[in-house]
Design a protein around this ligand. Structure first.
Ligand SMILES: Nc1nc2c(c(=O)[nH]1)N[C@H]1C(S)=C(S)[C@@H](COP(=O)(O)O)O[C@H]1N2
Ligand SMILES: [Mo]
Length: 438
């Protein structure tokens, strides 16, 4: 990149860094003020002035002395108003408009491994189409014995499965390849979600239509204005690809492909074509835009890696992080997320000194293949600065590389598949910043 290019990126990143470190905290402060004002206004009885502790134990607070709101006041439940800053956010300079754009999952604020439907990151190339499921069809044709056009009702008559799987855009963290540093976990790793998906195995649908001898690829096409199209090898299609219509117990959200999308577990998010309208069976890939000009990785020698489908193992510490700093010295549970497109997470190590010493973290709760896995590490923080890192290993034995190792192999021209070990610098105040070290 030219000097001017570097300056431009630095300038833009500076602005984002400012915005990122400023917005959540200010939001929260204003919000708490607003929340308290609201609480004071809504209840009968004494208003609570700042510093008023009359509602703290052993006193009885006003909301215990009055009736709350009744059922179906809110027919579709929403989070508490006090959670109003737990939202998807965008990086405004990243895309020219919000039609072909991306929003990021608020990873710092989430618990467990499931991403709530309203917080799943969004990526679309031509906006969210308005689709009436009654008018939607899925056509399966090409090298098949019995081409079909399915209604949603037809599709839902096939036996279904439900699985918990992550979706990650391979551009996640891509801004960091050339040294750019986003000062918020939401922006360094937030093109990532994990839901319980329900639908029909693609293998079942392919069996229904009868794949002809010699067929080896499946083309998936979306019904959005971008008509997004990707070539999927038959091996994957018959292994664990799913045609899904539900996420986390309810119909897909419009942003996630309502009424139906393809899900290629563990593979780059781009292959999970949303608003799925067509599957064509063929004997070679179609070399669409999204697998040639985009979603290929430019190597130092000028050649490009193509069909880089798998999201290799990655991990990040989610607490502490820039949005959720430590406060006073004391005992903390460091937490984070690890995932691998090749299967289960076998092990996660944590370093407090920038990768010199490593200690094994505990894997919490469910450890599922191709799903987010939460890890935890108890630490007595004495108030000294530290360089916090996590390093995951998946069940194939593959270990997350350092940024230096990754750059040595791939150079710095890539955008996609940055799965390097991430470093947070913890300072004496408990504040956290994004740093890159060897
Ligand atoms: N039809 C269609 N499918 C699409 C896209 C799109 O623009 N159109 N974007 C893709 C990309 S680049 C990603 S990363 C994932 C994101 O899925 P999500 O929006 O459900 O998080 O959807 C993929 N499927
Ligand atoms: Mo993507």
């Amino acid at each position: 990149m030219s000097k001017a290019g570097h300056d431009r990126v630095a300038d833009l990143l500076g602005k984002v860094a400012d915005a990122a470190s400023r917005v959540p905290r200010e939001d929260r402060r204003n919000f708490l003020k607003r929340g308290l004002a609201l609480a004071g206004a809504a209840v009968a009885g004494p208003a609570m002035a700042a510093g008023d502790e009359s509602f703290l134990p052993p006193n009885i607070p006003p909301w215990t002395r009055s009736l709350g709101r009744g059922v179906v006041t809110v027919p579709y439940g929403m989070p508490s108003a006090h959670e109003a800053d737990v939202i998807r956010r965008t990086v405004p300079w990243l895309t020219a408009s919000n039609i072909s754009s991306i929003s990021f999952t608020p990873l710092p604020e989430l618990f467990g491994i499931i991403t709530p439907n309203g917080l799943v990151f969004e990526r679309y190339h031509a906006g969210v189409p308005e689709i009436d499921p009654a008018e939607h069809r899925l056509m399966i044709h090409g090298m098949v014995d019995r081409p079909i056009v399915l209604t949603m009702e037809d599709l839902m008559r096939f036996p279904s499965v439900s699985v918990i799987r992550f979706i990650e855009c391979p551009a996640n963290g891509g801004m960091e390849w050339r040294g750019a540093q986003m000062e918020a976990l939401q922006f360094t790793h937030g093109m990532l979600s994990c839901c319980e998906w329900t639908g029909v195995p693609l293998s079942v649908l392919l069996e229904e239509v009868g794949v002809k001898r010699g067929a080896s690829w499946v083309l998936a096409e979306g019904a959005d204005g971008a008509a997004m199209t990707r070539s999927i090898p038959m091996e994957k299609a018959l292994d664990d690809s799913l045609v899904v219509y539900a996420q986390n117990g309810e119909a897909l959200r419009p942003e996630q492909g309502y009424p139906v999308r393809l899900l290629n577990p563990g593979w780059e998010g781009n292959t999970s074509v949303k608003w799925l309208r067509r599957l064509e069976v063929g004997d070679q890939p179609w070399y669409q835009r999204e697998e040639t000009s985009k979603y290929t990785d430019l190597m130092p020698d000028g050649r490009a890696r193509k069909f880089t489908f798998v999201q290799e193992t990655n991990s990040v510490i989610t607490f502490p992080c820039p949005e959720r700093p430590f406060t006073t010295p004391g005992r903390y549970e460091i937490q984070g997320l690890a995932w691998s497109g090749r299967g289960r997470i076998r092990r996660v190590d944590v370093s407090l000194d920038g990768g010199v010493n490593w200690q094994e973290a505990r894997l919490k709760g469910l450890v599922l293949p191709k799903a987010l896995t939460r890890f935890s590490f108890m630490w007595d923080w004495d108030g000294s600065p530290a360089l916090l890192q996590s390093r995951s290993m998946d069940e194939t034995g593959y270990v997350q590389p350092t940024l230096t190792q990754l750059r040595a192999v791939r150079g710095v021209e890539s955008i996609y598949h940055k799965n390097a070990i991430h470093t947070w610098r913890l300072d004496q105040t408990g504040g956290v910043t994004n740093v890159q070290i060897d």
